[in-house]
Design a protein around this ligand. Sequence first.
Ligand code: PMP
Length: 368
Amino acid sequence: DTQSTPEALAALPLRENLRGLSPYGAPQLEVPVTLNTNENTHPVPDEVVEAIAASVAEAAVTLNRYPDREFTELRKRLSEYLGHGLSETQLWAANGSNEILQQLLQAFGGPGRTVMGFPPTYSMYPLLAAGTDTGYLAGVRGENFSLSAASAARQVAEHRPNVVLLCSPNNPTGTALGLDVVEAVYEAAEAHQGMVVVDEAYAEFALAGTESALSLLTGRPRLVVTRTMSKAFALAGARLGYLAAAPEVTDALRLVRLPYHLSAVAQATANAALQHYDVLLETVEDIKRQRDRIVEGLRALGLDPAVSDSNFVFFGGLGDAHAVWQGLLDRGVLVRDVGIAHHLRVTAGTEAETTAFLDALREVMTGA
Ligand code: PMP
């Protein structure tokens, strides 16, 4: 047996703030219908696969050399994709938005500093805090996991965190924040020069009328908006996340990034994908339709889905949520038990996967 034991781990001189923590561990199980990690369940379209393969083949010829440390072409393409008058000096990329968030905490958090999140929110925030030795402050939400501008601003003013993480649309609840919340939090953080990060990993799936915090960047030098190609772009496997902020923020991140952190293969993949973003984003409309089908289907079963601006739906009204999770798994459908009583989270799949989920849930609920 080559597995380590808890005792062997405890005997290592691990940093105190990592002791007893569990690693990020969404199950990676082989099941017919995988709807547990909010990926885009549509395969990459053939046309984009070919473009990526050609771009990577070209990059392969010069893999003996380090890649462009400044990923210049990629930053230009990302700024063009985002619009909002952003220049390439305001863009920064890394291996997934997880690495982007880690770099932000390395630069603006650290020992003796704090980061504030508003649980339930993305489960990596406390782990990224621990990994960078940044104190994690758990803010409080209101009824139905809502977060008002007044409440968020009051909590930020009271605790004066060095970094605030606002997840919008929020994982696991799926709902986006109004820009009034971002504005109020920024104003409260400004009093002590705190950074405000809006994690918009799911922005492309937002409902009509939901606005991006990108529109607030002008005149707010400590505001950061993070995005990813893992969701709408269907490129989770490529590991490409990015942010938009004032140029001095990207300068700060150069101090903590590893040299050549973004491989030539990742850059070639992302550059090719961005040349076809219209084709890639075609899946977004279908996913939104499936998401809305899930919301309706859950309501028809008497359950209580949250408003979703994302590619997943968080729903309550279950008795024993874990038993339902297991019942779905027994029927070949993997969803996420986020550890909140009576609730589960499901990613919108393809039409067939979504139907399989709704059918399986109906069976589990009616004991069929
Ligand atoms: N932010 C949020 C809110 C997420 O849900 C995720 C992925 N589940 C990420 C960031 C990280 O995604 P990635 O590193 O693939 O960009």
